[in-house]
Design a protein around this ligand. Structure first.
Ligand code: UDP
Length: 382
């Protein structure tokens, strides 16, 4: 009945499904364990009419015209240019730490420090904090220590349970020291929030004749891997020879037989305040205090600035343990975990026409745009 089965209805699954149906004429079934589409990008209005991101703030940004044009088929955009400040001992400074932040921290001395930074790295450079810390020059060391101590250390300890030096350098490298006065969090050519929300975007993405959707459906209830001699996959008890695109947690699909892959999870605590605004920016990072990492105020992201009340969410990170009410959000990439993932991948590779895609299935820290690009590529390859 179906040519392809897609497990998971986030960007990875939904884009692949649409492409296989529309461009390849396949009959595609998308299943998702949750009762809604959109994966972790799912948004909805809360009881106060504010469009909230149920699984934390998702801000689309990309340098890929291909990805931007593709998604623009399914949504218009609210031109939101994301800015973040760090709450540091009662003061707010721009993050990524940039030349404006430098001036706020160092006052008159900043001019000379700025010259030195630019002479060393060039104007507009994006310098990972761990790289800045390697420099011998006293002034550069001083700036690096300030940024490390006040922006990265505590936030990263909360987010990952480890210091920036103990985790994959690519993670802190996502938020470099920026040698410019651009206060935006991202410098990508295209950025914004879907004008009517992510869920509305997904509704249009999935609204195609060849795409069927089954929500509240666990992969393991309909798919089974059989390995008697040759490995094969069964769909509802019958051998299935079409493609299966899997975007869920791979360890759990294989019953964690080699042990659990470690992930970080988040506890989101929403609150509504009966006042127009709660804070100065869409996101405020708590980089030296508090148990939560950041507070997001959704009005800034949705542009609903005329509403009387405001909804915020605080994020409390913790280690994912696999309990049914927990959600794995971030892979924890290091040598040991990547090797464990490799064992699961080997099992997956033995199944013909079984494709892994996305943050969970590939055990990688992807942004939305990277996922969309990979989904387009995969559908083309298939
Ligand atoms: N980070 C930090 N302080 C900040 C912002 C980021 O230490 O104020 C570090 C932290 O380790 C975080 C990583 O940089 O996990 C990546 O940040 P990003 O904002 O990209 O995280 P995401 O929004 O994907 O959770």
């Amino acid at each position: 009945m179906y040519d392809s089965i897609v497990v998971g209805c986030g960007f990875a699954g939904a884009v692949t499904a649409r492409e296989l149906a529309e461009r390849r004429g396949r009959k595609v079934l998308v299943i998702d364990a949750r009762d809604h589409i959109g994966g972790n990008c799912y948004d909805c209005k809360d009881e106060h009419g504010i469009l909230i991101h149920q699984y934390g703030p998702h801000i689309f940004h990309t340098n890929s015209k291909r990805v931007y044009d593709y998604l623009s088929r399914f949504t218009e955009w609210y031109d939101y240019q994301h800015e973040v400040v760090g709450q540091i001992y009662g003061r707010e400074i721009p993050i990524p730490f940039n030349l404006n932040s430098l001036e706020m921290v160092y006052g008159e001395e900043a001019g000379q420090l700025e010259k030195k930074l630019i002479a060393c790295f060039g104007e507009g450079a994006r310098v990972p904090i761990l790289e800045l810390m390697n420099h011998e020059d006293g002034d550069l060391k001083k700036i690096a220590s300030y940024v490390y101590e006040n922006i990265f250390l505590k936030y990263t300890m909360k987010q990952w349970g480890k210091s920036p030096k103990e985790i994959d350098p690519a993670v802190s490298g996502r938020v470099p020291v920026l040698l410019s006065r651009d206060n935006r969090y991202f410098q990508d050519a295209y950025q914004g929030i879907p004008l009517h929300g992510y869920t509305a975007l997904f509704e249009r993405l999935l609204d195609f004749d060849g795409v069927d959707l089954r929500l509240g459906c666990q992969a393991k209830d309909v798919l089974r891997v059989e390995a008697d001699g040759e490995t094969k996959i069964c769909f509802e008890g019958q051998p299935f020879s079409g493609q299966v695109i899997f975007t869920g947690a791979l360890d759990e699909f294989f019953d964690c037989r080699f042990g659990r892959l470690p992930y970080r999870s988040l506890d989101f605590r929403f609150e509504n305040y009966d006042r127009p605004f709660y804070q100065s920016h869409g996101v405020v990072n708590y980089t030296v205090s508090e148990e939560y990492t950041r507070i997001t105020e959704f009005k800034y992201l949705s542009g609903q600035t005329d509403l009387d009340s405001t909804t915020i969410v605080r994020e409390y990170p913790f280690a994912y343990s696999g309990k049914p009410d927990e959600i794995p959000y971030y892979a924890i990439n290091n040598e040991q975990n990547d090797e464990l993932f490799g064992q699961y991948k080997e099992l997956a590779d033995r199944i013909p026409n079984f494709y892994l895609l996305g943050r969970l299935a590939e055990y990688k820290y992807y942004n939305i745009d990277a996922i969309v690009e990979r989904a387009l590529d995969l559908a083309e390859r298939i």
